[in-house]
Design a protein around this ligand. Structure first.
Ligand code: KG4
Ligand code: ZN
Length: 342
């Protein structure tokens, strides 16, 4: 079964074709980062307009890439939330149009579930139960998954998402937008022990908090400058990254041990971070957990992860009504489809 996957929840227009939930036939991404850069963040109206301009050409290009006709699509999966309402609506409208024109099944997918399924594209179906750490530009959460598509929230951020904090600190030290990848690169030349930033919310169970750490970075730079010292950006980057990642790894390992699972799964754009990947791999190995991490290019937003999640839900006989709208604040636990009575 060839599923068309469409993702427009934020600032990437993404279209993919995935066969049987795993085989990527096409996975195209049109990034709008250059349009948002001068504003230092994603501007919703700019995002919606750019999606509108890109979506149809991208679908056509995906067909060329996959070597097929639109008529060869067997089902359509689309992100229905969470995300920017206007941005989501563009993808949803395009997906409905294709599904109606071809009379093929249609399924709405939660963007966060998509991030989990980036692992399925790489490694095949994941054996439950597992603990998943989801970390992106909009979310930081620890989730227990006892059975397929059942999500129990263990903890989440009380303020900024990790990606958001990476982007803000990156901007503060003069890197572009989105700053996460640039900060990661710069940190590789810095000393993670140079500055001892606070390990935020280490004692707050499975919840996270990053606003204090962000403030600590700003205060450190101001104090240094007050003493006519210019702090090295690479040391700030490496020390900040270390403070974020150390807490994330500690909490994820603790949650997995607590829930008695064997497997830890990572998902979301921040999982592209090299230090998070290596520290989590080390911790999981020491504690005897199996660790699943998508390759960096499948960690950030893409259509293939949506097509994969869609395939597995469709296989269970699930469908989404064609009158579904965008759900900007959609929780991971909320249903996006129902069993087809037919
Ligand atoms: O999942 P994603 O592509 O979009 C959302 O659903 O939010 O995540 C994007 C976020 C951005 O904040 C970006 O800066 C961050 O992921 N990111 C990284 C890295 N690559 C992407 N953060 C730290 N290190 C990276 N290598
Ligand atoms: Zn995402």
């Amino acid at each position: 079964m060839r599923v068309l996957g469409i993702e427009t929840s934020c600032d990437e227009t993404a279209v993919a074709v995935v066969e049987d939930g795993r085989k990527i036939l096409a996975n195209l991404i049109s990034s709008q980062a250059h349009l948002h850069e001068k504003f230092g963040g994603v501007v919703p109206e700019v995002a919606s307009r750019a999606h509108l301009e890109s979506i149809n050409p991208l679908i056509t290009m995906a067909m060329v890439e996959a070597g097929m006709w639109v008529a060869d699509i067997d089902a359509v999966a689309v992100t229905v939330g969470p995300g920017l309402v206007g941005a989501l609506l563009v993808g949803i409208a395009a997906a409905k149009a294709v599904a109606v024109a071809l009379s093929v099944p249609f399924i709405g997918i939660n963007h966060l579930e998509g991030h989990i399924y980036a692992n399925v594209l790489t490694n095949g179906p994941i054996d439950e139960p597992y603990v998943c750490f989801l970390v992106s530009g909009g979310h930081t959460m620890l989730v227990h998954v006892p059975e397929p598509h059942l999500y129990e929230l263990l903890g989440q951020t009380l303020d900024d998402a990790a990606g958001e904090a990476f982007d803000k600190v990156a901007r503060f030290i003069g890197l572009g937008f989105p700053g996460g990848p640039a900060l990661d690169r710069l940190a590789q030349t810095g000393d993670p022990e140079a500055i001892r930033f606070p390990r935020a919310a280490i004692d707050r169970g499975y919840d996270f908090s990053l606003s204090g750490l962000k403030t600590a970075v700003v205060r450190y730079v101001r104090d240094e400058r007050a003493h006519v010292r210019e702090p090295a950006p690479e040391d700030i980057a490496a020390s900040f990254q270390e403070a974020v990642v150390e807490v994330q790894v500690t909490k994820t390992l603790a949650a997995a041990a607590d829930k008695g699972v064997r497997t830890i799964v990572l998902g979301g754009g921040v999982v592209a971070n090299s230090r998070l990947r290596s520290l989590m791999a080390k911790g999981a190995e020491e504690r005897g957990f199996e660790l699943l991490i998508p390759p960096p290019e499948l960690c950030t937003d893409n259509g293939a992860m949506i097509a994969s999640a869609g395939y597995y839900r469709l296989q269970r006989g699930e469908r989404t009504e064609l009158d579904v709208g965008a759900s900007p604040g959609l929780p991971l636990q909320a249903p996006t489809s129902e069993r087809d009575p037919a």
